[in-house]
Design a protein around this ligand. Structure first.
Ligand SMILES: [Zn+2]
Length: 183
């Protein structure tokens, strides 16, 4: 997996796609936390559940269905006020889905471990992206603060943080242009 920081940053970045009048800060924080949640499945190692089991690491909690169910809970964090149509709520739920599914997508680009069970419970195969430039991080946080940890951080900055910063800047510039055009 990439480090929890990187998953959180990717999750929070999705908040930019929310409707403009959504509580963005609250949801960005929730998305950051939610995007790290799938790795709680490492507890299954304590119960001797094998890695490749549907409930094992990178299994069910990394699947598309899990992201849909868990991510759409984002709507519960929005106060019920005003007249918002189903498209508005659908967009919030979809952003929640994107925040959670970003976890498995990033994992699929890492250079070690097993693939990601995107299609569980329908298919237990594990999938990787065709290129895997992100160096895998340890689940042990102590190892993060080591020479190897720095190397991993460097690969995450290069392959995740910088592209996300670029996309965010682009989104911000496009939104600004849109606002100016409507003035
Ligand atoms: Zn993971």
């Amino acid at each position: 997996m990439p480090s929890a920081f990187t998953h959180a940053i990717a999750g929070a970045a999705v908040a930019q796609l929310l409707p403009r009048d959504a509580p963005r800060r609250r949801l960005a924080l929730a998305f950051a936390v939610a995007a790290t949640m799938p790795d709680l499945d490492v507890v299954t190692f304590l119960f001797d559940i094998p890695y490749v089991h549907p409930l094992g690491h990178r299994g069910w909690t990394h699947s598309i269905l899990f992201a849909m169910l868990f991510g759409s809970l984002a709507v519960l964090l929005v106060p019920r006020s005003g007249h918002r149509g189903w498209q508005w709520w659908g967009r919030v739920a979809f952003c929640g889905f994107l925040a959670v599914v970003s976890h498995g997508v990033l994992d699929a680009f890492t250079d070690a471990g097993r693939g990601v069970g995107f299609l569980i419970p329908f298919d237990n195969d594990r999938y990787f992206a065709p290129i895997r430039p992100i160096e895998v991080s340890s689940v042990d946080p102590r190892r993060f603060f080591s020479a190897r940890g720095l190397e991993i951080l460097r690969s995450e900055i290069r392959w995740v943080w910088l592209p996300l910063a670029g996309l965010s800047l682009l989104g911000w510039a496009l939104a600004r242009r849109g606002t100016e055009a409507t003035k």
